[in-house]
Structures are given as structure tokens and as C-alpha cells.
Design a protein around this ligand. Structure first.
Ligand SMILES: *Cc1c(COP(=O)(O)O)cnc(C)c1O
Length: 718
């Protein structure tokens, strides 16, 4: 500690900032973000909130001058000392709860990580969940290494053109602006791993990124040794065909585990985030057979004991499946080392091992290769056990060994700084890493005026952001001055503001609220009780029905009667998400039940005082208690989707008209919606701690990691 302190004293502000930007910890520390923003607010925004790019615009001398002008030095010193303290200390929590994982850490595999908008290696919910998992593991001090792929073009940027259509733009990421460091093998060479296929080999270089206390390894196939095609293998997320997919999954799973070994990490637990990473199981078995000379069967049992598998997909079609030909082309050398025939290997990915027509399913491999399997909400647990019951023909559906750990969100990332300050002032003992329900229950006492004022300030920030964001789109599409001026006035801070932002997969039904346009018109255009909607979300490049939904929303926005009531914001990413969840009054979620495994965006809204209005699906099915938000319908579904949609549309409009709008506009003599504020408090008190990623990661430690490490025996919650 003394050494740290003396080192800090000898460093310039510039050096300190360089070091701060090399660890993504800065991204969830508002005091540090504030420093970069103050340096040059305009450039900070233009550079996509990338502090490395911002620093690169100064020479060290110019930087010190700027720090002097703005009197930032003390802030930088404090930020740097907090950073040093954070990364050098073992947490109390870890000492008490995760000690045994110290020498045999968890290896967490995911095909995407959503950490910050300036690190474009994620597409949506799955990635953001993985990012939040890693950040909470860092905060709690869980010994964990994360493994994923580096995509040099990331996921697409979404432009909405003048016709209201989605355009997909892939941009090259400038790696110099990312906190990436090459990994080195024991001889000091840049680490390269090799995955041998039947006819060729794929190579990947390995770099790392620090996320607080967690190291994230990222594999990248853009190296000379590879064919032109394989060099592009890790170019974009979810691009390409099945062959691309199986290769990406081999690089991440097999290559990723080899990379960990090469840097001297011997994981005691493997956590596979979704079926994409199930090849880890095969590589771990192979390694075990090689190093211990045991049989496939013994090695498989041992690996399964150490493996935790999380599934996120409640639709059978959503799981990766590969033909025997593709499997043989890619896994023949692996299969031979495992001593398996092709039929035996295929059996590991088949529900019915004798059915030759069945493809190799990555989720099946994950389930067979793990002793700890979980869904991501209680309801999703029920659906998942039903979906995979045939894998356990001797068990009843209830006995199927798949539990659930409900998803949560990383509080320091998603809660607005203004809300944190409010909570710290009103709730003794509260910090943004606290998950004690009694501490959060003090939200019931937050001063109504202050809570409303804070929310209203955040709502205004959202409106300001939305106007700016929308203007950029209009300018690009060649809109005239009048349209640009109108964009600068769009959205009314006093209107009830409802946010709907998510992937535009059709089951999420973005169109539901506008399905009956006449009723929608009456809802939004009541002059005494105006209501406005902000939409955002990307459709997968191959998802034409999803793109049609975007067009439909855009065309509604173009109708004069809805022009001030509906706004579609392009390019939904972590930045847009943060503004939305921090500023709306209501977060709307209306998927076709039970297709939303969990959903997490509504949990982010909770932290900022927004109320959820949602179908009883995913996390909301276990969260809603009648006082902490709104439920659409009663959870029933019809076999015919069209009938379900019609019923749910009616139920949604009923709730909006009779409950949401009424409560929101019911004001006391000071103009405060007292009943609404009571619901905000109840939402924060009952949900904030429960749907935090710290709670989620603590659950994984207790119910999965420690049992997998052999430290305790425990059952996954049902
Ligand atoms: C939180 C988040 C998601 C996930 O939201 P869902 O509720 O699961 O739909 C997707 N994309 C981004 C950018 C997010 O921040």
C-alpha cells in the first residue's frame, strides 16, 4: 500500500489518466467519467465516450496545462488512489465466500461482452448480461477469468434512412483506442493458439482487457497464418453461416481454454454462458485424458462436475445445431484424441442418441457436459425443464436437473449518478454494491419531492439526448431546416414518457401498443394527459419481419397525429440504453409469453425510479407484487398468436388507460403524483437489491461455483 502511494505521488496527471483508461473500471466510476467529460465535453461525446481516444488528442504537456486550467488535479489524484485501492485489495466478501476459488478460478466463456459503448464486442442482452456478470464478479472479488472473441468490426451501427428503414453499417474498430494488451506465452512471445480441424488449422492471437479485477481474454483470428476466410472469422458478431458459427465457437471454446492454460491459469470451474461455448467441455475432457491418462468416461464425469451451464433460449429453433458433416469436418482430430467414433461424438449433442437424423445441438452438449445447469428466471426454468425433459427419460419434468438463477444488472453501471447521490443521502448504509433488502427498504422513506425532482432532471437529460440523437439522423438524411428545428423541440417533459427498447425480434412485439391505431390515438393525444413513446432497437440483419416492425413504427411516427407522440431513436446501444432507462417514466415490455427468458432492461429502469409495465414473463413474473409496477394481462396465452396479440393489445391499452395514465396524472396541490411516487419507492425497495448482478453473481457462487469446485454441496434453486 505504501509502495502504491509513493508510486502515485511520483506520477504526472497524464500518466495517472493513461493508467486509469487501461482498466474499464473507469466506466462504472462516475467520478472518473466526469474527469474525461470535463476535459472536453464536445470531443468526449464525438469520440463515443472513449477516454483513450480523448487522451490521444493531447501531448502530455498540453494535457497538464488543461488539467491546470480546469483544476482537475485533485480529482485525478483521488480517482487514481481509489483505483489503486480497488485493484490491489482482496474484498471481505471474497475472503468469506469464495476463498476456495482463489487457486482454481472460474473461467467464464461468452461469445459477447457488453462492457461499454466504446468497446463494440456485443450485440444485445446476452452480451450486456455477460459484461454485468464480469463487473459484479470484479466488485465482489470472485476469482474469475473471462474468455470471448475480439470482433474488429463488432456489431453493426444502425442507421434509419429517410424511408424509415434500417441500414446496417459495419465500422472498423480502431484497436489503438481500446485497452487491449497482447498476451504473452512463457517465452515472452505474443500468445497464439491453434485449433486443428480435419483438413486445416485455425490460429488465433490472444489479447486481454482488464475489467476491474477481472481479466478478459479475447481471441482474434485475423493473423497471417490463416486463410483469407478464416482471417475474417472473428470480424463481426453473428455474421456468416453455420460454418462461420462452428468455427467461432471452436475458437472461443477450445482456443479460449488453451489460452488460459498458456498463461498459467488452471480453472477450477467452467461457466458456459449459453450453448455457444459448449466445446469447452470437449477440450477440458481431452486435456484431462492427456494429463491424467484417464478414460473418456472418467474425464467426462470429472469435467461435468466442474461445469456450470447457463441456457438463455426458450425457443427450440434458437439453439445452434450442426450436421454430422460439419461436425466431422471441424472436430475429427478432437474426436480421435477423445477416442470416439463419429456416432459417439454426435450422441453427445443429441437428445435421442440413436436418431441419425438429429443434428448436433450445442445446448444438449452443454446439458450433458455439466452438473450445474440453469435457466435465467423462475418461469424460464419451468419452460426449460419442459423443453429438455426428453434428455432425462427416467425423470419427471419437475425432477429434470435444471434450476434457475434470475438475471440481474450491474448497479454502478446502470444507475444514474444523480440517483446514487439521492440514495446515499436518504438511505443510511446504502452503496451501489449493497444487496441487503433492509437497506433498500429505506427507499420507502425517500422524500417524495426530492425523488420526483431527481427523476424529472434525468427525464430532461433524456429528452435533450433524444433531440440531439434524432437531429443527427435527420441531418444525415438531408432533412430541411424546418424539420431540424422541429426535432429540437420534440418531446414534452410533462408528458408521460414510455420507453420501449430492445432487439426488434418479432416475439418482443414492438408493434403491440400501436396495433389498434384509433385507441392508440386516444391514448396519446389527450391534451390533459399527454403520453409519448420512445422506441429503439436493432433488428438482426437477416430478420426481415423484425425490420418490417421498425418500418411500421417509423411510418406511424411520420403520421402528423403521432409526430409528437412517437419517436424512434436509431442505433440502440449501451449509451442509448443508459439514457433511456435513466429518463423514462415507464419501461414497457410486451413479449409473447413465455419467450422472454428473463429480460434485464426493465431492471435497469427500476434503479432509476421508472416503473415497469410488462407482460408477466421472464423476471417480471417473479418480481411484480401489485405495488411495484404494472402487469399486462394475467399471463394466459392462446395457441393462436394472432388471438394472443389481440388480447394482449387490449390488456395493454386497458392497463395504460386505467392505471398508468390515471396514476401518473393524479397530482396533489404541489403538482406531485403522490401515488405514483409511492409506487416508485416500492419498485426500488422491493426490486433494486433482488435484481442486481451482485445478487446474481453471489447466487452463482453459492449455488454453482462452490459446489462445482467441490467446496460445498448445494442444489440449484427451483
Ligand atoms: C440491457 C440491454 C439489452 C437487454 O435488454 P432486454 O430487456 O433483455 O431486452 C439489450 N441491449 C442493450 C444495449 C442493453 O443495454
Amino acid at each position: 500500500m505504501v509502495e502504491n502511494s509513493e508510486r502515485a505521488a511520483a506520477m504526472t496527471s497524464y500518466d495517472k489518466c493513461v493508467e486509469l483508461t487501461n482498466n474499464l473500471l473507469w466506466s462504472w466510476r462516475p467520478q472518473v467519467v466526469e474527469i474525461f467529460k470535463l476535459l472536453n465535453p464536445r470531443r468526449w461525446r464525438d469520440l463515443g465516450h472513449n477516454p483513450i481516444a480523448l487522451l490521444a488528442e493531447y501531448t502530455p504537456e498540453e494535457f497538464e496545462q488543461r488539467v491546470l486550467e480546469l483544476a482537475l488535479q485533485a480529482r485525478i489524484d483521488v480517482a487514481f488512489r481509489n483505483y489503486q485501492k480497488y485493484i490491489s485489495e482482496r474484498t471481505e466478501w471474497a475472503k468469506q465466500n469464495a476463498g476456495v476459488l482463489g487457486s482454481r478460478p472460474v473461467a467464464y466463456f461468452s461469445l459477447e461482452f457488453g462492457l461499454h459503448e466504446s468497446v463494440p464486442i456485443y450485440s444485445g442482452g446476452l452480451g450486456v448480461l455477460a459484461g454485468d456478470h464480469v463487473k459484479s464478479a470484479s466488485g465482489l472479488g470472485v476469482p474469475l477469468y473471462a474468455v470471448g472473441l475480439f470482433y474488429d468490426k463488432g456489431y453493426f451501427k444502425q442507421y434509419i434512412n429517410a424511408e424509415g428503414e434500417q441500414e446496417e453499417i459495419y465500422q472498423n474498430t480502431d484497436v489503438r483506442n481500446l485497452p487491449l494488451k497482447p498476451c504473452r506465452d512463457k517465452d515472452g512471445n505474443v500468445l497464439m493458439v491453434k485449433v486443428q480441424l480435419r483438413d486445416e488449422a485455425i490460429y488465433a492471437k490472444v489479447r486481454s482487457m482488464q475489467v476491474g479485477r477481472v481479466t478478459l481474454l479475447l481471441l482474434d483470428t485475423d493473423v497471417e497464418q490463416n486463410s483469407e476466410n478464416d482471417r475474417k472469422l472473428t470480424s463481426t458478431l453473428y455474421g456468416g453461416d453455420e460454418r462461420t458459427r462452428i468455427r467461432q465457437e471452436l475458437v472461443c471454446g477450445v482456443g479460449g481454454l488453451r489460452a488460459l492454460h498458456a498463461i498459467g491459469v488452471r480453472p477450477g470451474v467452467f461457466h458456459l454462458n449459453e450453448g455457444h461455448n459448449s466445446f469447452v467441455v470437449l477440450e477440458a475432457i481431452r486435456e484431462q485424458m492427456e494429463s491424467c491418462g484417464v478414460s473418456f468416461k472418467v474425464a467426462m464425469q470429472d469435467v461435468a462436475q466442474k461445469t456450470v451451464f447457463t441456457t438463455h433460449t426458450p425457443v427450440p429453433a434458437g439453439h445452434d445445431r450442426f450436421s454430422p458433416e460439419l461436425i466431422e469436418e471441424h472436430l475429427k482430430p478432437m474426436r480421435q484424441e477423445l477416442g470416439l467414433s463419429l456416432t459417439e461424438l454426435m450422441a453427445l449433442g443429441r437428445v435421442d442418441v440413436n436418431r441419425d437424423s438429429e443434428k448436433f445441438c450445442m445446448t444438449v452438449l452443454g446439458l450433458k457436459g455439466s452438473r450445474y445447469a440453469n435457466a435465467v428466471s423462475a418461469l424460464h426454468g419451468v419452460v426449460t425443464r419442459r423443453m429438455w425433459r426428453d434428455l432425462w427419460p427416467n425423470k419427471t419434468e419437475e425432477e429434470v436437473p435444471i434450476g434457475h438463477i434470475t438475471n440481474g444488472v450491474h448497479v454502478p453501471t446502470w444507475m444514474a449518478w444523480e440517483m446514487k447521490v439521492l440514495f446515499e443521502r436518504n438511505m443510511p448504509g446504502w452503496t451501489d454494491t449493497n444487496i441487503d433488502r433492509a437497506v433498500w427498504a429505506q427507499a420507502y422513506n425517500i422524500d417524495a419531492g426530492e425523488l420526483w425532482e431527481t427523476h424529472f432532471a434525468l427525464k430532461n437529460l433524456l429528452i435533450d439526448f433524444a433531440r440531439r440523437h434524432y437531429r443527427v439522423q435527420l441531418e444525415r438524411n438531408g432533412a430541411d431546416q424546418e424539420a431540424l428545428d422541429r426535432a429540437s423541440r420534440i418531446l414534452d417533459p410533462n408528458a408521460l414518457t414510455i420507453g420501449f427498447a430492445r432487439r426488434f425480434a418479432t416475439y418482443k412485439r414492438a408493434y403491440l401498443v400501436v396495433q389498434d391505431e384509433e385507441r392508440f390515438d386516444k391514448l396519446v393525444n389527450n391534451p390533459d394527459r399527454p403520453v409519448q413513446f420512445i422506441f429503439a432497437g436493432k433488428a438482426h440483419p437477416h430478420d426481415n419481419p423484425g425490420k418490417d416492425v421498425i418500418k411500421r413504427i417509423a411510418s406511424i411516427q411520420r403520421e402528423p397525429r403521432f409526430a409528437d407522440r412517437v419517436l424512434f431513436l436509431e442505433d440502440y446501444d449501451i449509451n442509448v440504453a443508459r439514457h433511456l432507462v435513466q429518463g423514462v417514466d415507464v419501461w414497457l415490455n410486451n413479449p409473447r409469453r413465455p419467450l422472454e427468458a428473463s429480460g434485464t432492461s426493465g431492471q435497469k429502469a427500476v434503479l432509476n425510479g421508472a416503473l415497469n409495465c410488462s407482460i408477466l414473463d421472464g423476471w417480471w413474473n417473479e418480481a411484480y407484487d401489485g405495488t411495484n409496477g404494472f402487469a399486462i394481462g394475467d399471463g394466459s396465452v392462446h395457441v393462436d398468436d394472432a388471438v394472443t396479440d389481440e388480447r394482449d393489445n387490449a390488456a395493454l391499452l386497458d392497463v395504460l388507460e386505467n392505471q398508468v395514465v390515471k396514476t401518473f396524472f393524479d397530482r396533489n396541490e404541489h403538482g406531485l403524483p403522490i401515488k405514483w411516487i409511492r409506487m416508485m419507492r416500492s419498485s426500488i425497495a422491493t426490486l433494486g437489491w433482488r435484481f442486481s448482478a451482485d445478487r446474481m453473481v453471489a447466487d452463482y457462487v453459492q449455488h454453482a461455483y462452490l459446489p462445482a469446485a467441490g467446496a460445498v454441496s448445494a442444489k440449484m434453486p427451483r
